[in-house]
Design a protein around this ligand. Structure first.
Ligand code: MF3
Ligand code: CO
Length: 290
């Protein structure tokens, strides 16, 4: 990227000459890199055209989650949620991204109570009064990826679990407030961790968020226990997920040896997660999927 001629077309595809487009931007990035920071590669900076495609994908993801929100209730199986997600996504001419992703067998992740994430829908698993469940949807539409998840309370949920779900949502929102160009991902991560910790909960460390848009999981890997001023620099056109997993007890987790997917809290206590997909804009951020 340092060899590009100032009069050549810009790498961003705008059609403008490099010197009239991202030249100053790249100079600024070089300075910040030389100060020891991690800066994004060009390939994770989305063009306006790509952002438009990703927004279209996210519309489907949001509609599918809205459908789930309207129909989820005690007595249904997580297999039924999987069917809804597959059918609703197909209705919009899109494909659920989890299906066959690295061998994942279903269209959506359904994670109940002590399941932290990547729960596999099953006809044996029935939602019951008092459960909390995360439904994590991801969509591919015209080659563009979107990813978001929500928590649902089933029937009469204990005060403790309800507080966990609320604090997790608020932690995600406080992280979002930190998303703006020329800040660092650690600004967001620290905001999440500070709020969760202040409320007596712990943030999962071994699993994080990710860049998303042109593929399912892109750079950077996103931590929610990071520190202000560290991790990758945020610049306009970057897109990633804020998806903290917050536990009532220990942050430690295990992966099911039988299915190779299901992540649970090590102490068996409940866990909650909310996920949004966010774009860094010129003056702040835009929520793409929620
Ligand atoms: N939204 C989840 C993630 O980004 C979905 C994982 S799908 C799976 O990790 F196939 F990997 F389970
Ligand atoms: Co994700």
């Amino acid at each position: 990227m340092h060899t590009i001629n100032r009069n050549s077309p810009c790498w961003c595809g705008s059609g403008l000459k490099y010197k009239k487009c991202h030249y100053d931007f790249d100079q600024k990035l070089n300075v910040i890199r030389s100060q020891g920071h991690i800066v994004p590669d060009h390939d994770i900076i989305k063009t306006p055209r790509q952002i438009e495609g990703i927004r279209e994908s996210a519309k489907v993801n949001i509609a599918v989650l809205d459908y789930v929100a309207e129909h989820i209730r005690a007595g249904i199986t997580t297999e039924e949620i999987d069917r809804w997600v597959f059918e609703q996504t197909a209705r919009y001419g899109a494909v659920p991204a989890p299906l066959n992703y690295e061998g994942f067998p279903k269209s959506v992740c359904t994670s109940i109570n002590e399941v932290v994430c990547h729960g596999i829908p099953s006809s044996e698993e029935v939602l019951k009064d008092g459960d909390i469940i995360n439904v994590d949807c991801s969509t591919i539409r015209n080659g563009y990826y979107s990813d978001s998840s929500r928590m649902f309370l089933i029937g009469d949920v204990s005060e403790e679990k309800r507080r966990l779900v609320e604090v997790t949502k608020k932690a995600m929102e406080l992280g979002l407030e930190q998303v703006k160009p020329w800040g660092f991902l650690g600004d967001m991560g620290q905001a999440v961790n500070d709020y969760a910790s202040a409320n007596g909960f712990s943030v999962v460390r071994d699993i994080g968020g990710h860049g998303v848009g042109l593929s399912f999981h892109e750079e950077p890997w996103v931590s929610y226990v990071s520190s202000r001023g560290t991790d990758m620099l945020m610049v306009p056109g970057m897109m990633f997920t804020i998806e903290p997993m917050i536990n009532l007890g220990t942050w430690e987790v295990t992966i099911d040896e039988g299915d190779g997917w299901t992540v649970r809290t090590a102490d068996g206590k409940p866990s909650a997660q909310w996920e949004i997909q966010v774009l860094v804009t010129e003056d702040g951020h835009e929520v793409i999927a929620y």
